[in-house]
Ligand binder design. Structure first.
Ligand SMILES: *[C@@H]1O[C@H](CO)[C@@H](O)[C@H](O)[C@H]1NC(C)=O
Ligand SMILES: *[C@@H]1O[C@H](CO)[C@@H](O)[C@H](O)[C@H]1NC(C)=O
Ligand SMILES: *[C@@H]1O[C@H](CO)[C@@H](O)[C@H](O)[C@H]1NC(C)=O
Ligand SMILES: *[C@@H]1O[C@H](CO)[C@@H](O)[C@H](O)[C@H]1NC(C)=O
Ligand SMILES: *[C@@H]1O[C@H](CO)[C@@H](O)[C@H](O)[C@H]1NC(C)=O
Length: 395
């Protein structure tokens, strides 16, 4: 278990300096569902958390899928201050999530969330929000009895989550507490069929990766071992670099999506930051701040920011190499920086195994990711390519 997240030992906390070489300009257009609320330039992912007296749209009582480790209203924070903030982009407002509107847009459609436990965290947030509008049927469970597919009958909308923490083909032997009996065998040239086989079943896909690439793993390419990560116990194997493996995974994911004949709208969600302080996850690190950081005040692990850089670079390569059609299909849901401002929204020491400063409370800051998704659904990019802001080009 020591190597589960022991990457953290390697990190220095550095100030997070965000450099984006691409133009931050795009223009909203409405497609008629509601009047244009704002015009001009607005980067949805740059802004601040502002006080929100209304609080979350759901509670631990209204939503029954919240697992104990995320139920901070019951087990967590000594105060409920973390519930009363909303994300405010610097140059525009995003409206409060409207579950009925979202479900109306999703009529006869399906949405798949692909990734690790943060993807599960995210889908549960969306599920809880939508449950206020309609109770869904749980239609399918995984081997640990967790629902992985829901159906909203009056909207004929299916919501699903697919467990694929590395997105690549991998042999993983890990129990539900994260204790592994042998190292991960990761194939850097093959995607995980768990998700590629299901891809064509979805109209919308949210896909994400990240933290699992920091675990001890043996890397394979063309069925030959090419190195490993955290290899000290493997004598003659050489360190390959988690960053190279992560970059390769994202490249393959984007290539698959671009080449696929299936026309899903895909949101690539960027890596989620953790907030351990005064130690690491295994050495008593905590996250007991009670307030969001202000813009510019944040400190992000350099591993989080390295992963985020890789994601933006590969996204921009995909978009610029493959052009306009890709842009319509592949969007960036760039939640890293705004989430890094929320050290106050984690379950912390309410988790069963160890302090949890990585996953998010439900309700909690992760709900804002859905506000952004709905906002992205509501607006479109202008087709004037010179004015595209690549990572916020809209559906
Ligand atoms: C919800 O949280 C409250 C405290 O805010 C607690 O009293 C209650 O038991 C919780 N309910 C559930 C179902 O977790
Ligand atoms: C539900 O949606 C699917 C497409 O996702 C469609 O094929 C099916 O006909 C719809 N069912 C009803 C009852 O409208
Ligand atoms: C993969 O390995 C096979 C033999 O096992 C070899 O014939 C082939 O050229 C290799 N392909 C690449 C891309 O290295
Ligand atoms: C590592 O060494 C063992 C023998 O000590 C050998 O069987 C194996 O092929 C070596 N692996 C690599 C990748 O060189
Ligand atoms: C997409 O469709 C074209 C033409 O029908 C076909 O040649 C190609 O193999 C398909 N690609 C994939 C990835 O299925």
């Amino acid at each position: 278990m020591m190597h589960l997240l022991s990457f953290s030992l390697l990190f220095n906390v550095v100030s997070f300096h965000y450099v984006n070489t691409f133009s931050k300009r795009y223009t909203y257009v409405s497609f008629g569902i509601e009047p244009i609320q704002h015009s001009g330039n607005c980067d949805l992912f740059v802004g601040d958390w502002v006080p929100d007296p209304l609080g979350p749209v759901y509670s631990n009582e209204s939503c029954h899928v919240i697992i104990p480790g995320r139920n901070c209203m019951k087990n967590g924070s000594p105060d409920s201050g973390y519930l009363y903030w909303r994300w405010k982009p610097r140059d525009c407002e995003i409206p409060r999530f409207n579950g009925a509107r979202f479900l109306e847009m999703m009529r006869d459609k399906s949405w798949g969330f692909i990734g690790d436990s943060i993807a599960r965290n995210h889908v549960q947030s969306l599920f809880c929000i939508l449950s206020k509008v309609e109770a869904a049927d749980e239609v399918y469970y995984d081997e640990e009895d967790r629902p992985i597919r829901w159906y909203f009958p009056s909207y004929n909308f299916t919501l699903a989550v697919i467990w694929s923490p590395l997105l690549l083909k991998a042999a993983i032997s890990e129990d539900k507490h994260g204790v592994s009996s042998s190292d991960i065998q990761l194939h850097l040239d093959k995607l995980d069929e768990q998700w590629t086989h299901e891809y064509q079943n979805f109209n919308y896909v949210t896909i994400s990766g990240g933290k699992w690439f920091l675990k001890t793993a043996i890397y394979h390419y063309n069925d030959t071992i090419v190195g490993c990560h955290y290899c000290s116990s493997h004598g003659n194997l050489t360190e390959f670099g988690y960053d190279k493996a992560y970059r390769q995974a994202i490249k393959l994911v984007f290539n698959f999506i671009i080449k696929s004949n299936h026309s899903a709208v895909v949101l690539f969600r960027t890596t989620t930051p953790s907030h351990f302080e005064n130690g690491e996850w295994f050495s008593g690190g905590t996250c007991n701040r009670r307030m969001p950081y202000k813009e510019g005040e944040i400190r992000v692990d350099n591993v989080d920011s390295a992963m985020h850089d890789i994601e933006l670079e590969e996204f921009n390569i995909a978009i610029t190499t493959f052009g306009f059609k890709t842009r319509e299909k592949l969007k960036l849901l760039d939640t890293t920086q705004l989430s890094s401002l929320r050290p106050d929204g984690h379950p912390d020491n309410n988790a069963i195994v160890q302090n949890d400063c990585l996953h998010w409370c439900l309700p909690g800051p992760i709900d804002s990711w859905n506000d952004l998704i709905l906002e992205m659904l509501m607006h479109e990019c202008l087709t004037d390519i010179s004015r595209y802001m690549l990572r916020t080009c809209y559906i």
